[in-house]
Design a protein around this ligand. Structure first.
Ligand SMILES: [Zn+2]
Length: 291
């Protein structure tokens, strides 16, 4: 019974969650609360499965720590939504003026909406790939973004999608907002953000999932957990947090099972994580130049 359930989840969970999330958005593409409902629904499904059928039992976290993480993610989502509004306020008018002045009106608005969604998804992931790769290869950007805080967790689960340093939201949000506003995309961009948040939740989850077929274009938790390795050579791979195709194109793809996650042998406390842009823990082994 349990092995049959594990097998079904192994093959079906990721594709079903992606189809369900995009399908819910597709029924009413302009409904603004879809993003938050999808975050809640996906986290509940993954959280329950991680609790009863974890891939690594040693990564199951206690209820108290889980509750703290839920509260942190709640406030970090509020920060992300506020910053999104600020970015749009700052950038929408100048980028629309640039598009009009340059005659840069090339977005295929006549395409089916789902084809537009995939186009904006992979275009945004292309920008994020290079931004994320820069965070890992350039000490200044590693520190400014506080990206080490996201990597510092020794136990990963679906909630880690939102456990980023507040400063990092200045970086994380920019690729999709720039692509949306430079091209004047419209409603398909909202669908892409629903697909992205579903993917980033799945790829941090502590559940046994299949990586074949789906893992040619979309990343999986096997590939992304590899990026969270405490070994610098394993960590400097798989920069795509939703799509994996750009790692395959640019030669940073790695498929291996890691033994240890985090920035080093120990996990810093919450306050230490917050201070990582100005002071890194001494045992950090995956910061740029750690070799
Ligand atoms: Zn990273």
């Amino acid at each position: 019974m349990i092995s049959g359930l594990r097998q079904t989840l192994y093959y079906c969970l990721q594709p079903l969650l992606l189809i369900a999330a995009v399908g819910i958005w597709y029924t009413n593409p302009t409904f603004e609360l879809t993003y938050l409902y999808v975050v809640l629904g996906v986290q509940l499904v993954l959280g329950v499965i991680e609790h009863y059928l974890p891939a690594r039992s040693e990564w199951v976290i206690r209820a108290r720590q889980k509750s703290i993480n839920v509260v942190l993610v709640f406030f970090l989502i509020i920060i992300a939504l506020t910053l999104t509004a600020v970015y749009v306020e700052w950038l929408a008018a100048p980028l629309a003026a640039f598009r009009n002045a340059a005659g840069f009106d090339i977005w295929p608005h006549h395409w089916p909406i789902l084809a537009q969604l995939l186009l904006v998804f992979f275009a945004s992931e292309f920008v994020w790939y290079w931004m994320h790769r820069t965070e890992h290869r350039w000490t200044l950007i590693w520190r400014l973004s506080g990206h080490g805080a996201h990597h510092s967790f020794k136990k990963l689960n679906a909630l880690n999608f939102g456990l980023n340093h507040p400063l990092e939201y200045f970086f994380i949000l920019l690729p999709s907002i720039l692509v949306e506003l430079v091209f004047g995309i419209g409603v398909a961009a909202a669908g892409a953000s629903v697909l992205t948040v579903t993917q980033t939740s799945i790829v941090h989850s502590n559940i046994n999932l299949n990586s074949k077929a789906i893992g040619w274009l979309f990343t999986t938790n096997r590939y992304h957990i590899c990026h969270h390795s405490a070994d610098l050579n394993e960590s400097n791979t798989n920069y795509g947090c939703s799509a994996i195709v750009w790692d395959r194109v640019f030669g940073t793809f790695l498929d291996t099972s890691i033994s240890d996650a985090g920035t080093g042998p120990t996990e810093p406390g919450l306050w230490q994580k917050f201070l990582m842009p100005i002071k890194e823990p001494e045992d950090t082994s995956i910061a740029p130049g750690s070799l």
